[in-house]
Design a protein around this ligand. Structure first.
Ligand code: C2E
Ligand code: CA
Ligand code: CA
Length: 446
């Protein structure tokens, strides 16, 4: 029997899955409603939401599983998981007859008393862009799945992902006082010990491919747990208020680093840097002074710095934040609205704080070409930004077709794995130096 495949970024994927804190959780009525809807829509006797863990797939929700295929446990070994394939490929998997599919003909669920024959599963992609599991339907009869049914399954999987995201936010906010205290103690010590590192992702000029700037993205180089991505510790940093010293540290490191590159590397002379600033930081009365000082110490001109603000960071903030934004703008710093289109009040933020840049969230980029509706939505958001005089930066560009589509829509600037993943400063530096490195000299041997 073939081994269940692994995702190309399995370690990160598992870290992301853990951050949802849903494994082994109790029943969830909303998830159950979604699995029931999937079973109904595809006229299947059973449906599941599975989360694909390191060695097992765990059922976050199941409709009719024991009645339909006589399966009574809340999980299966990963080797038996069909969903692991949908997860590894990040694609909807349709198996009309498992006995005819080399990957599954010897699978214990197919050869055993469950007599599983047909399967369709859509990956559940989390907000970190990594698949967590799948929403799937099962049948003991071989059967086709029509395109419309598969589309419904894919749409419902998106809703499952949104639901898990809400649960993750609740879990982050719901740490007990004791947990927040002890964990934040560790984070505070980590900040003081210089364990926070900043990685950089290039912002690219689409027509020329030139690197215009870098987005600074924080990581925690944890002595025991290795390099931790922000979703693991930022909720704690927000909940404990440590986001304020953490954010200051990132700002100082990023300004200093990019100022050095601008001085030392000809190809980087005009490089910009974008730093994420949370709502909590903006609420600090001295935020504009903190930024001004970081610029001054680094010797970075204000116009080379962009401050990125998310819609959620601006939610529920009052006049103090509006004044802070005025002061930051008066320094000559560029303001960007991050994750544009994902909040509940995108338009009101456009009006309220007049960003210079809007960053089109990657969910719109990834939906390009999926349907006429998705294209219309992206086009409308881009048009709105452009007409208000903002520059648009598209996020999460992974495929050349997305570049073509964005270019047609008038977007000139983008970030994404297609160009470069976020990476350590030494690696970025090597590439920056490579731009103007002389061609390798031929050896004089012959
Ligand atoms: P963000 O500001 O939207 O940052 C972009 C995120 O998208 C980064 O995740 C980046 O690695 C990821 N990304 C970039 N290109 C692609 C792509 O082509 N495909 C996909 N699927 N993802 C892509 P990262 O580094 O994990 O950061 C996550 C979030 O954490 C950031 O989202 C930002 O909101 C927050 N964050 C990171 N650093 C800081 C910081 O220093 N301060 C604050 N307040 N927030 C930060
Ligand atoms: Ca950002
Ligand atoms: Ca973003």
């Amino acid at each position: 029997m073939p081994q269940a495949p692994r995702h190309r970024r399995e370690a990160e994927r598992l870290a992301s899955l853990r951050s949802y804190q849903v494994l082994d959780a109790g029943p969830d009525i909303a998830l159950e409603a979604l699995t029931a809807a999937a079973a109904r829509a595809l006229k299947a006797p059973a449906a599941l939401v599975t989360l694909v863990d390191e060695d097992r797939q765990w059922f976050a929700s199941a409709t009719n599983l024991s009645a339909a295929i006589g399966y009574h446990t809340p999980q299966t070994p990963r080797e038996l998981s069909f969903c692991a394939y949908a997860v590894a490929d990040e694609q909807t998997l349709v198996v009309p007859d498992a006995t005819l599919d080399a990957r599954f003909a010897d699978n214990g669920l197919v050869t055993g008393p469950e007599h599983l024959r047909a399967y369709a599963g859509a990956p559940i992609i989390g907000r970190d862009g990594l698949p967590l599991g799948a929403l799937c339907v099962l049948d003991r009869q071989a059967r086709p799945f029509d395109a419309q049914g598969v589309q419904v399954l894919t749409d419902l999987a998106t809703t499952v992902a949104e639901l898990l995201e809400l649960r993750r936010a609740d879990a982050g906010a719901g740490l007990s006082d004791h947990d927040v205290l002890s964990e934040s103690h560790r984070l505070r010590a980590g900040i003081d010990a210089g364990e926070l590192v900043v990685h950089y992702q290039p912002v690219v000029d689409l027509p020329t491919g030139r690197w215009l700037g870098m987005e600074a993205l924080v990581r925690w180089n944890h002595p025991q747990r290795g390099l931790l991505p922000p979703w693991v510790f930022l909720p704690l940093a927000e909940a404990s208020g440590l986001i304020v010293p953490l954010g200051r540290e990132v700002l100082q490191q990023a300004c200093a680093q990019v100022a050095r590159w601008r001085r030392d590397i000809p190809a980087a002379a005009d490089l910009h840097v974008a730093v994420n600033v949370s709502g909590r930081q903006l609420g600090e009365p001295d935020i504009a002074d903190v930024i001004a000082e970081a610029l001054q110490v680094a010797g970075l001109p204000a116009h080379a710095l962009t401050v990125e603000l998310t819609e959620t960071s601006l939610a529920d903030t009052g006049a103090a934040v509006d004044i802070a934004l005025q002061h930051i703008r008066a320094l000559g710093v560029t303001l960007a609205l991050d994750d544009f289109g994902t909040g509940y009040a995108s338009f009101s933020y456009l009006q309220r704080f007049h960003p210079d840049i809007v960053k089109l969230d990657r969910c719109f980029v990834q939906a390009l070409g999926r349907s006429a509706r998705d294209d219309l939505l992206a086009r409308t958001l881009i048009q709105l930004g452009l007409r208000l005089g903002c520059d648009i930066v598209a996020e999460g560009v992974e495929h050349p077709q997305q570049v073509d589509a964005l270019t047609r829509l008038g977007v000139r600037t983008a970030q994404g794995y297609l160009f470069a993943t976020p990476r350590a400063p030494e690696q970025v530096q090597e590439q920056l130096l490579g731009v103007h490195a002389p061609p390798p000299r031929a050896t004089t041997a012959s």
